[in-house]
Design a protein around this ligand. Structure first.
Ligand code: KIV
Length: 267
């Protein structure tokens, strides 16, 4: 049990950050050692992402990740955390119906120690059902890695007007359904800016430009230790750092001071 006097950030703390224009830093985490380090550095949110299927398990996609995997890694992360807010991903096919979503989200919260769950796509009916049960939800629009077999490749979404208008409308609908946070992955910076301005909830971008309310990256990309090619929208913060802690700290500072991402990391 965590007897620390430091209180974890809450969903209302994140909302206040958006209201006062403070950028929100978010990084993926999958184990206790990195959780402790990321928490110590002061990152606002740790995302136990299903990207662990690629970064930790060595799969080509996130699709093989199970709810049991997600519970295990969320437990590892939450044991070592003091202040940082924890979001855990609902993995592929763990939310085909509102009931299944609620049962699996409850496991991530009750067994894993997550404070919020994230799910991919414009699934407003599932979001509103979870919110009714008292489960805080983070939406995820733009590039949806759990849809890779339909998409064919990991590419920028929302480049034409029809697609862009759909993403904007879906974002608004998710907020109306009660989502408390939204991740936008790999969309044009101008579209992400319009969404961030339209919504009252914090919008966290990855490959979505500087005007989002916060940024998230995959830990292995920040440290340049991934086993696959680092995406263009990420940055190797190890290059100018003395050690892992200073690389994570440099990422945190760059997000807080709106120095990351630059145009080189945006679309
Ligand atoms: O699984 C993950 O790490 C994610 C981020 C890329 C946003 O969903």
């Amino acid at each position: 049990m965590n007897h620390s006097t430091v209180k974890p950030l809450s969903v209302t703390d994140l909302s206040s950050m958006k209201q006062r224009g403070e950028k929100i830093s978010c990084l993926t985490a999958y184990d206790a050692s990195f959780s402790a380090l990321i928490d110590h550095v002061g990152i606002d949110i740790m995302l136990v992402g299903d990207s662990l299927g690629m970064t930790i398990q060595g799969h080509d996609t996130t699709l093989p990740v199970t709810i049991t995997d997600m519970i295990y890694h969320t437990q590892c992360v939450s044991r070592a955390r003091k202040r940082t807010f924890i979001i855990a991903d609902l993995p592929f096919m763990s939310y085909p119906t509102p009931i299944a979503a609620a049962e699996n989200a409850a496991k991530l919260i009750q067994l894993g120690g997550a404070q919020m769950i994230k799910l991919e796509g414009a699934k407003s009916n599932i979001v509103s059902f979870l919110v009714e049960q008292g489960i805080p939800v983070c939406g995820h629009l733009g590039l949806l890695p759990q849809h890779i077999n339909q998409l064919g490749n990991y590419t920028v979404q929302g480049k034409n007007t029809v697609e862009a208008e759909k993403i904007l409308a879906d974002a608004y609908q998710l907020e109306q359904s009660g989502a408390a946070l939204l991740v936008l992955e790999c969309i044009p910076a101008q579209l992400a800016k319009a969404i961030s301005m339209k919504l009252s909830i914090p919008v966290i971008g990855i490959g979505a430009g500087i005007d989002c309310d916060g940024q998230v990256l995959v830990l292995q990309d920040v440290l340049n230790i991934g086993i696959t090619k680092r995406p263009r929208f990420s940055k190797d913060f190890m290059r100018q750092a003395e050690n892992i802690e200073s690389a994570i700290s440099a990422y945190h500072q760059a997000v807080k001071q709106a120095q990351f991402p630059t145009n080189d990391h945006s679309f």
